[in-house]
Design a protein. Structure first.
Length: 356
């Protein structure tokens, strides 16, 4: 791709344009020889296509990885899946076998989905991606297969709208960019080990983390700081400013073991005006996408922020500087906005210590 690679994951607009180009799954059965039953075709009706597209949109995110050039990886196979339509089924079967071989130990029955999808990267520019999904067998996802003229053909049964249950069926997923559109090669998710990958799954993909958790933590803080500074004064909710937004963002990074975009946005943006809140959440999501953070899962490392950057500072026109960490509520501070642009700051403390 000419030009700069994209740091983030697929935008919502790009997810909405996703279409299935090729689709197959093979059955993982721990009691079967080789643990995998090969299928030659999966027949999907329009309703089932919508079901799987919804699952693909759900999992079009995860930790960013690069293919490890010093280890076996899926880069060449993924390129072949996109370019070699005739060999798609056989190659997907071999990939499923390798997944099952590396798993070892106890493995849940289910299916391993291999799909090539396309999305509209920009006007008149369709690009393709490879999706890999291990989905455990559940009541909401049923199928049967039969031999038709020597070919094993699966028919997906009617699937009820049990979205939450179906999300839980997705145990592992990978979205692979074969077109060099993005700065990452793979977005990967492992429900058991999140936000990292299990050893065998990482070995199957052949990937290394693109960015360290500490880098993503600092980038998140910087993105919120820049976003909050750019909000026009007349568009801020009452009582909100740069420090209140950053305080909640830092608290989230301190209190959560795993970064999740939606819960982070809901934590940072508070507003009793629902329309304004929706607009602010959207603009912060855009800022996180631009910084390559939205959609990623990582372990926050708040201690990677220099102590000076963890502080929030106010300065009055009278020359008084107030510096603290956390939120105003946590440090016993109340800020009241008065008429004429004036403010009243009240601080309740257990002890006032002079510093000289």
């Amino acid at each position: 791709m000419a030009g700069q690679q994209l740091e983030g994951v697929l935008t919502q607009g790009q997810r909405d344009t996703l279409e299935i180009v090729e689709f197959i799954f093979h059955i993982i059965d721990p009691d079967a020889p080789g643990k995998v039953i090969k299928l030659d075709e999966v027949q999907l009706q329009e309703k089932q296509k919508s079901f799987f597209l919804d699952r693909l949109r759900d999992i079009a995110e995860g930790t960013q990885y690069l293919f490890d050039p010093d280890a076996p990886n899926l880069q060449e196979q993924s390129q072949r899946l996109v370019e070699d339509r005739d060999g798609f089924v056989d190659l997907s079967y071999h990939m499923t076998q390798e997944f099952a071989r590396l798993h070892g130990g106890n493995m849940s029955a289910g299916v391993f989905i291999v799909s090539v999808v396309k999305y509209l990267a920009k006007a008149h520019d369709w690009q393709q991606l490879v999706f890999l999904v291990k989905m455990d067998q559940q009541e909401s996802f049923t199928y049967n297969y039969e031999d038709i003229q020597g070919r094993k053909v699966a028919v997906v049964d009617e699937i009820p709208n049990a979205l939450n249950e179906n999300k839980k069926a997705v145990q592992k997923s990978a979205l692979i960019d074969t077109s060099n559109q993005f700065a990452w090669d793979v977005l990967a998710f492992d429900r058991v080990k999140k936000p990292v990958l299990g050893d065998y799954y990482q070995a199957f993909l052949g990937v290394i983390e693109r960015q360290q958790d500490s880098v993503l933590t600092r980038s998140t803080d910087q993105a919120v700081r820049k976003w909050a500074k750019d909000i026009p004064q007349d568009q801020l909710p009452p009582g909100e400013d740069l420090n209140t937004y950053r305080g909640r963002a830092l608290n989230y990074l301190r209190d959560h073991d795993t970064f999740d975009t939606d819960t982070f946005l809901d934590t940072v943006v508070r507003d009793e005006n629902p329309e304004r809140k929706v607009a602010l959440v959207r603009s912060l999501r855009d800022a996180l996408e631009e910084a390559g953070i939205a959609g990623q899962t990582f372990r926050p490392r708040p201690d990677s922020l220099p102590k000076a950057q963890r502080k929030h500072i106010y300065e009055t026109s009278e020359g008084i500087t107030i510096s603290y960490e956390g939120t105003p509520e946590q440090v016993g501070m109340l800020i009241e906005n008065l008429d004429g642009g004036r403010s009243r700051v009240t601080i309740e403390t257990h002890n006032l210590i002079p510093k000289g």
